[in-house]
Design a protein around this ligand. Structure first.
Ligand SMILES: [Zn+2]
Length: 708
């Protein structure tokens, strides 16, 4: 899924029918297809009627209505109650959510110059709009009054959580501060915005200014011809008459490190990458990091938290930095030992290769490929014929049927945003309507890269008005040609299962409030329901159901799967260590409790040494180019661990099925669905424990990595 904050900010609930019988309202007419009632099957957006020029006026009206909603809450002459304040806040801005959901969906899936420009215009308007709400003292006064004066035992558990979450969100925004503290917070926020912006610009500048110009063809090794051509183009672009140029962009540096037999050039490239933002030039990021870290700590302290990590993790599944560190500590030594074994194998290979000297970090990627080739001789292209896209789609549908009894009925009467799309009605085993899924499979110019899931309408059930979910899955698969169908790589097929997992999370939702529904869950929970689907995808029992050769119908041979798994498992030590070292680094910076200045070099070196990181592996991101945590005001600071956390959850959850004796075990599937259906209405760890009977164990992941 896209790490879209749009989902969190603007998630959807639509005024499908009237709110409730008591408040029967007639729908206003706006003469705008985005705003007027959607008289379509299941109330889906009328994509066939919406034009570029409809968006801006729709946003203008929707923003105004949201402001009016908020004013109405503040000006209510009755004493603040859960209903007239918290619930009213929860359901405010419906129109804005409705418009935003459609706009941001189209803006990423089928964009054009007009929409791109509008997106730029809207960003500061929306950000100011939400700031006005989150920092509104009069609104906070009422929220606080409800928080302090409500008998919580009279509220349902999801209501208690809603109250708690809304109250804490306001507190974290700083609205509770007064006088000098308030002024200081504003100053810190402004400084942080400028510093994190500068950090990102510096990394970009350092990345773009580096060039390795190669003039001897031998130094390219066995680089694929398409990449050789790209490097030749790059050299021309950079003003060379001949030769090949390599940059620090990942699609350029990694293939070069893999292919080039020239150790010196590899070393130059490797160092160029590792030293970004650390060259004592105008793009140096060290002083910026010091200041960001100090300001973040100071801000956390002002808001009543011990550290920035405590502040950020307050609404995560992990809750506390200690929990994150404890989980990483369990995994660290096993993967570090694995990486040491890999280092040994590669150093031996290098010697055998006739290369003298010490095995270095810049040799790693080169020898991974050599060892892999010698040991496993696996070619990923062999897989494609078994993953024709229709077959894979059938695979996910069959899996959803076997686990949850769902069926998928294609609907041709539903407006789409592109003719390539397919729309399905999702039905329960008993034929009951569950929701709608839009699937948009193929790459095209108007679509952003990658794959993601969106909610066009989140499920909710306020005042007995059940709103069913509408979700989307978007991919960039190769389009079928006249002669060949769309054949997916293994990892593309995996992506289809992944995004479909997010879709199920949205579809299964069965909660009261939309802000707690479906994928509106903490950042360290949200990738779990998607990643878990990847486990089924490659099980022989599931492959048998769909992975058939598009010409012969033959099921993918187990031997081929085994060969792939073996080949992929080599270098898992490296991948995990590299990732986790960066996750540790993130936590080390953000668990600081005082604002003492730290020397960036010394701090990083000391911490990595204490961790026992081997010198041949660098953290996936060193501090001076760690964009995830330093280049964006929200970003992934204190959250880089989340990806691995989700992997622990997904391996452990899949183990529940294995423990039950079948990967299609119905009892376990029911419990799993029940967990997802509660979205964010309950604490993530509580939900997990209800499903699994215990906190997640790291053992299944270790086993998957081949360690246990
Ligand atoms: Zn995802």
């Amino acid at each position: 899924m896209k790490p879209t904050y749009f989902i969190a900010l603007f998630s959807a609930v639509l005024l499908l029918s009237c709110q409730s019988k008591e408040q029967k309202v007639t729908h206003k007419t706006y003469n705008n297809p985005l705003l007027d009632q959607w008289n379509t099957p299941f109330g889906v957006p009328p994509f066939d009627k919406i034009k570029n020029e409809d968006y801006k006026p729709a946003f203008d009206i929707a923003l105004k209505e949201h402001k009016d909603d908020i004013e109405a809450i503040i000006n209510n002459s009755d004493a603040p109650t859960f209903k007239n304040t918290i619930e009213a806040f929860e359901v405010s801005g419906k129109l804005l959510t409705k418009v935003s959901n459609v706009f941001y969906n189209i803006e990423s899936a089928n964009t054009n110059d007009v929409l791109k420009k509008l997106s730029g215009t809207l960003a500061p308007i929306l950000s100011a709009h939400y700031d006005d709400i989150n920092l509104n003292k009069n609104l906070f006064k009422r929220v606080k009054s409800v928080y302090e004066n409500t008998d919580k035992s009279k509220l349902t558990a999801p209501q208690q959580k809603l109250l708690e979450d809304i109250y804490k969100k306001f507190v974290r925004s700083g609205v509770a501060l007064e006088g000098k503290e308030e002024a200081r917070l504003r100053e810190i926020n402004n400084k942080l915005a400028a510093l994190t912006d500068q950090f990102g610009k510096n990394v970009l500048e350092e990345t773009n200014s580096f060039e390795l110009h190669v003039t001897d063809k031998k130094d390219l090794g066995n680089l694929p011809s398409s990449l050789v051509a790209l490097a030749a183009d790059e050299a021309k672009k950079r003003g060379h008459e001949n030769g090949w140029s390599f940059t620090l962009q990942r699609p350029s540096i990694n293939p070069f490190l893999q292919s080039s037999p020239n150790r010196k050039l590899r070393q130059k490239m490797f160092l160029g990458y590792a030293m970004r933002g650390d060259n004592d030039n105008k793009n140096d990021n060290k002083a910026i990091i010091q200041e960001i870290v100090q300001l973040r700590t100071e801000k956390a302290n002002l808001l009543g938290y011990e550290s920035h990590a405590d502040l950020i993790l307050d609404n995560a599944m992990a809750k506390k930095p200690e929990a994150v560190l404890k989980f990483m500590d369990q995994l660290w030594n096993p993967v570090l030992n694995m990486a040491k074994e890999e280092r040994k194998a590669m150093a031996e290979f290098m010697k055998k290769d006739g290369v003298q000297g010490v095995f270095n970090g810049s040799d790693w990627r080169h020898y991974v490929e050599k060892v892999r080739k010698e040991r496993y001789n696996f070619d990923e292209e062999e897989m494609r014929p078994y993953f024709e896209f229709n077959a894979v789609k059938k695979g996910v549908f069959t899996l959803a049927n076997k686990l949850f009894g769902l069926t998928f009925k294609e609907r041709n009467d539903i407006p789409k945003w592109h003719e390539d799309q397919q729309v399905f009605e999702v039905l329960e085993a008993n034929g009951k309507h569950l929701g709608i899924i839009y699937m948009d499979f193929f790459a095209r110019e108007s679509k952003e890269g990658g794959a993601w899931m969106n909610e066009l309408r989140s499920q909710s059930n306020v005042n007995g008005n059940f709103v069913t979910p509408i979700v989307t899955n978007n991919f960039n698969f190769p389009r079928p040609t006249e002669n060949e169908p769309s054949l997916l790589s293994f990892s593309e097929a995996e992506t289809l299962f992944h995004e479909f997992g997010h879709a199920l999370h949205g579809l299964f939702s069965n909660v009261t409030y939309q802000s707690q529904s479906g994928t509106n869950v903490p950042r360290d929970f949200v990738e779990f329901p998607s990643q878990v689907m990847e486990n089924w995808m490659s099980e022989p029992e599931v492959l048998k159901l769909y992975a058939k050769h598009y010409k012969t119908g033959e099921v993918i041979p187990n031997a081929l799967i085994k060969k792939m798994n073996d080949a992929n498992s080599f270098n898992q030590g490296f991948a995990n260590v590299e990732y986790m070292a960066a996750a540790y680094l993130d936590m080390y910076w953000h668990t600081l409790k005082d604002i003492e200045k730290r020397d960036v070099h010394k701090f990083e070196a000391k911490k990595m040494k204490e961790l026992g990181l081997i010198k041949e592996i660098l953290p996936r991101y060193r501090s001076t180019y760690f964009n995830h945590i330093f280049s964006n005001p929200v970003g992934y600071s204190s959250g880089y661990y989340s990806y691995k956390w989700s992997e622990v959850l997904d391996a452990d959850a899949f183990q529940a099925f294995k423990d039950a004796g079948s990967i299609f075990d119905q009892e376990t599937a029911k419990k799993y669905r029940n967990m997802l259906s509660q979205g964010g209405s309950k604490d993530g760890m509580e939900l997990y424990k209800e499903f699994r009977g215990a906190e997640p164990s790291i053992d299944p992941l270790l086993e998957k990595l081949g360690i246990k």
